[in-house]
Design a protein around this ligand. Structure first.
Ligand SMILES: Cc1cc2nc3c(=O)[nH]c(=O)nc-3n(C[C@H](O)[C@H](O)[C@H](O)COP(=O)(O)O)c2cc1C
Length: 332
């Protein structure tokens, strides 16, 4: 019988070993609160530029705002390539009250690679070592890292990077089990993840393609899998965390979200987003997230187009009422 592993990050014991992945432009405070409500044991901010934070950039500080709902369950992720700037930013984040700091060693985006950060660092283990150790030395909270299995297909550098990380004082590594060259597509490499976790002395968390119980189980079967990190599968389906926890820990099957549940989450999200950003921006920032809420609804494309023109809560509520009327009349 497979069970969810218990997870301790340094001295922090989490309520479960299920976490929301950091996602730029997505995992702001409103969405993180929903993930906590849906059962995540830990959530992450999107990647924060250590350089921008060192200048006290206002937008960057907004990305670091947290709420009581996610208190003690939120980690901040930073990226950069200078040990001193990264440590200075980590200290600032600790002073803001965060009790977990994560270091991005997996982002393949061109802009990040140009700055020598993210997955680009996987090409130079010496740099990784100096960044990780200086951040660990600079703060008293646990520091974690998020890595890739490798840069290109067939390469597995995770065991080497995990060894460097644990020797540098890192307390947990999450592994996106796809090569950096694949971006976020394709199946996760389960065998490479198994090899990555095999000799680790710190928790190694699986990430990539977890969208339901079946995909969660594939990772949980792997010896030494320390927990699961879920990205896109949890957007708009926050109860996925609860469903996984109940299935593996309580042997109970919770229902899949129906249209009413999805709309309930969408409405909650809009209200929280408006509260956080103001009415117009609060709605506009959800344009890239709306497809996750409406993808299973017939006419999803038309609904998305209508949503993309909306800038007021009143019009949003009209659209949601239209969807509900339509769904009740067609019984889906
Ligand atoms: C829109 C988007 C933004 C992302 N931003 C980040 C980020 O800021 N930091 C990071 O470490 N990974 C980032 N990722 C990668 C995710 O954390 C995760 O590794 C990836 O989506 C694979 O997990 P999934 O298959 O469950 O979605 C991002 C992914 C997406 C789709």
């Amino acid at each position: 019988m497979i069970k969810l592993p218990e997870l301790k990050i340094g001295n922090i014991k989490l309520k479960n070993s299920l976490m929301l992945a950091p996602m730029a432009g997505i995992t702001d405070m409103p969405l993180r609160e929903l993930a906590v409500e849906g059962g995540a044991g830990l959530v992450f901010t999107e990647m924060i530029s250590a350089t921008a934070l060192s200048y006290g950039d206002r937008k960057t500080l907004k990305l670091l705002q947290t709420s009581d709902k996610e208190k003690d369950m939120v980690g901040a992720q930073i990226f950069g390539n200078s040990p001193s700037v990264m440590s200075e930013s980590a200290k600032k984040i600790q002073d803001l009250g965060y009790n977990i700091i994560d270091i991005n060693l997996g982002c393949p985006a061109k802009k990040i690679a140009k700055a020598g950060a993210g997955a680009k660092l996987l090409e130079s283990p010496n740099n990784i070592e100096s960044i990780l150790s200086s951040v660990v030395k600079a703060v008293s909270v646990p520091v974690t890292a998020k890595i890739r299995i490798g840069l290109f297909k067939g390469q597995n550098i995770a065991p080497e990077i995990i060894e460097i990380a644990q020797n540098s004082g890192i307390k947990m590594v999450s592994v996106h089990a796809r090569p950096a060259e694949n971006g976020h597509s394709g199946p996760p490499d389960l065998k490479a993840f198994e090899e990555a976790a095999a000799n680790a002395e710190i928790p190694v968390i699986a990430n990539g393609g977890i969208i339901d119980i079946k995909s969660a189980e594939k990772f949980l079967k792997i010896p030494k899998c320390g927990g699961l990190m879920i990205g896109r599968g949890a957007i708009g389906d926050y109860d996925l965390f609860k469903r996984i926890e109940w299935f593996f820990d309580k042997n109970d099957v919770l229902p899949h979200p129906d249209i009413n549940t999805k709309i309930k989450w969408f409405k909650k999200h809009i209200l929280a987003s408006i509260d956080f950003y103001g009415e117009e921006k609060g709605i506009v920032v959800l344009r890239k997230i709306a497809p996750y809420y409406i993808k299973d609804i017939p006419n999803a494309c038309q609904i998305r187009d209508r949503f993309n023109k909306i800038t007021t809560l009143k019009d949003f509520n009209i659209l949601m009422d239209n969807i509900m009327q339509f769904s009740n009349s067609t019984n889906f």
